[in-house]
Write a protein that binds this ligand. Structure first.
Ligand code: FES
Ligand code: FES
Length: 167
């Protein structure tokens, strides 16, 4: 049984809710979000930082939540895929995935959506090649990437630089 000293109090803004919890110091953030917060849109694939399924946005930056401890979320602003809906419907990014057939089984989709949210937050501009490189951090076994890349390119709009490659 875990000793009291192996538990730490954290407080975080998670999808707009102030959450205060005592968490085991060795629990990773993905497990915390899924099991303690009920945010099962945080998908877990490899648990070793390879697949990107567990990507969330912490203080505006995309991170792989299987590589982060829950205690590192203390005092942070955390956003998961559950935060994206607008007025009970799809936001512009989710709409773009729908329009461009950016998903099949959907298991990777929360990872792509949160990565794209980070790219938008960054305000940086991307060539199509750079966008493909950024999106390579999420593995998709179904789509061949064309739909997700087109969807994210549409969502980024003016942040895309025309490098002459067909999208
Ligand atoms: S589950 Fe986190 S990167 Fe695969
Ligand atoms: S849509 Fe199935 S893994 Fe990407």
């Amino acid at each position: 049984m875990m000793k009291e000293t192996n538990v730490m109090e954290i407080q975080a803004d998670i999808n707009g809710d102030d959450i205060a919890e005592a968490v085991p110091v060795r629990m990773h953030a993905a497990d915390f979000l899924r099991k303690r917060c009920g945010l099962t849109g945080v998908h877990i694939g490899c648990e070793q930082g390879v697949c990107g399924m567990c990507t969330i946005v912490v203080d505006g930056v995309a991170v792989k939540s299987c590589l982060m401890l829950a205690v590192q979320l203390d005092d942070c602003t955390v956003r998961t895929v559950e935060s994206l809906e607008e007025n009970g419907g799809l936001n512009a990014l989710q709409q773009a995935f729908r329009e461009h057939h950016g998903l099949q089984c959907g298991f990777c989709t929360p990872g792509f959506l949160m990565l794209a949210t980070h790219l938008k937050n960054s305000g940086k501009r991307y060539t199509l090649s750079e966008l493909r490189e950024e999106m390579s951090g999420v593995l998709c076994r179904c789509t061949g990437y064309e739909g997700p890349v087109r969807a994210v390119a549409q969502y980024l709009g003016d942040q895309m630089i025309d490098d002459g490659l067909p999208c």
